[in-house]
Design a protein around this ligand. Structure first.
Ligand code: PLP
Length: 458
């Protein structure tokens, strides 16, 4: 039993049959046979692991997710923005099989050739060929490492007073200690106890939740806290905030980059979610025309197994001597092989082209839904193949997580799979299909979302 109220009911609900090329719902949901298994998970795991639509995934291929009772969902989750090249990409499966057959399953930081191949590929994506790449396992580890490097950089270049690490309100950088200190949700920091005044959050210029998009607000906020520019060792931002997706205005991003350069503070872009062609560029910071000093990567870097990376300026990446910035699974052969295959797939170009080609299809489709529900579909943001609808109480900007969840669940019942709504309060219906989704499948998904919104919001 969970000690918290369930987001999604586990009582099977009879549903109209769905049968299209992309969706098949032939049982009640949740599937009655799956309920005892879902309940076992509730019993054996902490409640924090609950909260997604009650599906027991059996296999996933391309942009389809299957259970073992004949149901199939059109996948608009990509896990959680992981499988950019599609679920269980045959190229990745083949690369893994080759590594399994060799066999080579673990290496620590002993050298192996696939690792060389991967860091070579990642360095080719960097803003400059002399950047270096450090491999890790999770996105949180990558952002933690960026914090460590920025703090060390500040101490070494300007002394102990240069210790402030600046991030943005509503930011998400992971769930480990440094990542949550840097995160922009006060709710995530309660467990940290005494606030750490050297981690500072400034308003994010999203234009909706915060209409003030002037770069001067950044400077004003630091000044109001009594922080001098020379005391800032680094500024980290997601290239788009996951709660939206909320993008920085390009002129704000450029002013921020120029300010960091002038002050000697590191500019760090968290691309864990936005990287690897998701927004129609390899990295979302490219939309702004800026050059980060450090780039945190994860998720779509492998489209599958756990792997993350920090790609950074050589003088920053060289701050630590041999053996002092490593991890047991840095460069683990299977995730590395998966990532190499993933990047080689992405480099063929079709995914990037499709993300760009589908950009107007997704955007205009969602804007049409917004115009059907102008009072409740408060804000629609979309770029490439990531989008979000922030649902609000009619005619207000008061976030409405209840309606967002009901829409998400109605989509699940119709064979369209999204992870649970995100956002500041769970008000954001987030859309993130794999980057090769066909126009026809994307349009089918938009129509299904429209039906769900009509049912819930009308
Ligand atoms: C922007 C961003 N940074 C960091 C993370 C943390 O990554 P992980 O969950 O792999 O630790 C996430 C995960 O959602 C993310 O979206």
């Amino acid at each position: 039993m969970t000690s918290y109220q369930r987001k999604y009911s586990l009582a099977p609900q009879a549903l109209p049959r769905v049968q299209t090329a992309h969706r098949r719902i032939v049982t009640p949901l949740p599937v009655p046979e799956s309920v005892p298994l879902l309940e076992d998970l509730e019993r054996l795991e902490p409640s924090s692991m609950q909260g997604q639509p009650p599906i027991l995934i059996d296999r996933s291929e391309g942009w389809h997710v299957h259970d073992r009772w004949g149901n199939m969902w059109l996948d608009w989750s990509s896990g959680v923005l992981i499988s950019n090249v599609g679920n269980s990409s045959p190229a990745i499966v083949a690369a893994l099989r080759e590594m399994l057959d060799r066999p080579l399953l673990s290496t620590y930081v002993f050298a192996h050739e696939k690792r060389l191949e991967l860091v070579g590929l990642l360095n080719e994506l960097a803003p400059s060929p002399d950047y270096k790449t450090f491999l890790l396992t999770t996105g949180s580890e990558a952002t933690e490492n960026c914090i460590k490097l920025a703090r060390t950089w500040g101490q070494r270049t300007r002394g102990p007073d240069c210790r402030y690490f600046v991030t943005f309100e509503n930011a998400f950088h992971g769930r480990t200690m440094g990542a949550q200190l840097a995160g922009g949700s006060p709710g995530g920091k309660g467990w940290l106890g005494t606030p750490d005044e050297t981690f500072v959050q400034v308003p994010f210029p999203d234009g909706y939740k915060n209409p003030d998009t002037r770069f001067e607000l950044f400077l004003e906020t630091l000044a109001a806290r009594g922080i001098k520019p020379a005391q800032v060792c680094g500024v980290m931002s997601e290239s788009y905030q996951g709660v939206g997706p909320d993008f920085l205005p390009a002129d704000y991003a450029r002013s921020l980059a120029a300010w960091c350069r002038e002050q000697g503070a590191l500019l760090i872009m968290d691309e864990v979610q936005s990287g690897f062609c998701r927004t129609g560029e390899w990295f979302a910071f490219q939309h702004y025309g800026i050059t980060p000093d450090l780039i945190a990567c994860g998720k779509g870097i492998s489209s599958s197994l756990p792997l993350s990376a920090v790609i950074g300026r050589p003088d920053v990446m060289e701050l630590y001597p041999p053996g002092s910035m490593t991890s047991t699974h840095s460069g683990s052969p299977l995730p590395v092989a998966a990532s190499v295959a993933n990047i080689r797939e992405l480099r063929k170009g079709g995914y990037l082209q499709n993300a760009r080609a589908m950009d107007p299809v997704l955007r205009s489709g969602l804007e049409a839904l917004q115009s059907r529900h102008p009072l409740q579909a408060g804000c629609v943001h979309s770029r490439g193949l990531v989008a979000g609808i922030q649902v609000v109480l009619p005619g207000t900007r008061t976030l409405d997580p209840r309606a967002a969840l009901a829409i998400n669940e109605a989509c699940f019942h119709k064979g369209l799979l999204m992870f649970a709504p995100v956002g500041v309060a769970g008000e954001c219906i987030k859309i993130a299909p794999s980057l090769d989704i066909s126009r026809e499948a994307l349009e089918e998904g938009i129509a299904v979302l429209g039906e769900a919104m009509d049912e819930v919001l009308s």
